[in-house]
Design a binder for this molecule. Structure first.
Ligand code: ACO
Length: 376
């Protein structure tokens, strides 16, 4: 018997061995390891290895994996030419979607669905997206592009290419932790989009392009930019109560709160809260953090009973701001990380594929006669 679940809520549509979520208890694990442990001890490269291989790498394996990523940082002349032909005022998420899609043009065998070969292609995309994003940001400012430094890990190299100078170890670490925390999250909307596309045996570039299109929506990854817009609209901590109450009275959603799966505190948000507080203190942005903390206090008072808590996007906004990222790069930074998760899911889907093809409950009329144009 077919049953209907609006928004596919509660429907199990795939197997995965990458991330486990217990939304009631607020648990997130990557391959069984609590997310907080990874954020404290791992690196983004190691986390991606874990997600793609189902285990932590041994010493030589991590070096080899990291070396492969670093050797693919540089854009081809064709890709760079495409970047330089884009309108400077393009929204960075449109740029990410367009240029990731265009990578299929440079690939002599884009249609391959053989898992080891798709994995190599995904690794190339993972290595290139920071260069694309940093390159576009510099290009739109009229600044020369910075060549990647293959001695640097992915997060640090991204900030280096963006700003033209090495980030402090604190900033590099904060960026790396953000990438770890955002890497995978069950069958979220963008991951589902990627799996749906590749289930037709379409190519990895099409699947990743669809995922980026999904992620930019304000109900999904786009919420981190919405959080920052909200924080900027509140003049001071003293104004938070009035601002939030007015929004709640209008039944507006507060960006960065609520989640389809969590009915408890998102464990990524609790880690980011600590990081945001420290970074805000170090960078003279304590007022921003205080506003966030006050919003949380009000929302917990008003909405915790309904299971609405801060999600990953809430404190990532303050964190990214303190790292010095411009507002419209927040969601693209989510892409840099989630390419790891999307690709792992694409590989899982290809390993045991069945075409996604749910049904729709038809609600229109039946047996209607065709009316000629002059009688309508
Ligand atoms: N602010 C205020 N009320 C909220 C919020 C919020 N952020 N989120 C949910 N609610 C309320 C709804 O108004 C609704 O109330 P009602 O029962 O009185 O009508 C109830 O909680 C259920 O909300 P739904 O939107 O039906 O829940 P759903 O599971 O579909 O929503 C979602 C999840 C889309 C994330 C929602 O909480 C939301 O829009 N949040 C704001 C956007 C956001 O932060 N998105 C990022 C999510 S994390 C990520 O994608 C990376």
């Amino acid at each position: 018997m077919a049953s209907y679940a609006k928004g596919l809520e509660g429907v199990v549509a795939a197997h995965t061995s990458m991330s486990f979520i217990d939304g009631e208890k607020g648990i997130l694990e990557y391959v069984g390891i609590p997310i907080g442990e990874l954020a404290s001890n791992s690196s983004f490269e190691e986390t991606v290895f874990l997600l793609w291989n189902g285990r932590l790498p041994k010493h030589g394996e991590l070096d080899e994996f990291s070396h492969k990523i670093r050797s693919r940082y540089a854009m081809s002349p064709a890709l760079e030419a495409r970047l330089m032909a884009l309108p400077k005022k393009a929204e960075p998420m449109h740029v990410m979607r367009t240029l990731v899609s265009s990578l299929g043009l440079d690939d002599a065998r884009p249609d391959v669905t053989d898992v080891p070969e798709v994995r190599e292609k995904a690794l190339t995309v993972l290595s290139l997206v920071p260069t694309i994003l940093a390159g576009f940001h510099r290009y739109r400012q009229g600044k020369p592009l910075i060549k990647p430094d293959s001695n640097l890990p992915l997060a640090e190299n991204f900030l280096y290419m963006l700003n033209g100078q090495r980030p402090t170890p604190t900033m590099a670490k904060a960026m790396d932790v953000c990438l770890i925390l955002h890497a995978d999250h069950g069958l979220n909307n963008s991951t589902f989009s990627a799996r749906v596309v590749v289930s037709t045996m379409s190519d990895v570039y099409s699947a990743l392009t669809a995922a980026i299109g999904s992620l930019r929506g304000p109900l999904h990854g786009g919420a981190n930019e919405g959080v920052m817009v909200m924080l900027n609209a509140i003049p001071s901590v003293a104004d938070v109560e009035k601002f939030i109450q007015a929004k709640l009275e209008h039944k507006d959603k507060i960006m960065g709160f609520g989640h389809r799966v969590y009915r408890a505190y998102d464990p990524r948000a609790s880690h980011l809260k600590v990081l945001a507080k420290q970074l805000a203190h170090d960078t003279g942005n304590s007022a921003l953090y205080e506003k966030s903390a006050k919003i949380e206090e009000i929302m917990l008072r008003e909405k915790a009973a309904k299971g609405i808590y801060p999600n990953v996007d809430f404190y990532s906004a303050t964190t990214y701001h303190c790292i010095g990222l411009p507002l419209d790069l927040f969601t693209p930074c989510f892409v840099l990380s989630r390419v790891g998760g999307w690709s792992g899911h694409i590989l899982e889907q290809l390993s045991d594929n069945r075409l996604f093809r749910p049904s729709a409950d038809y609600t229109g009329p039946h047996d209607v006669r065709y009316t000629p144009m002059n009688k309508r």
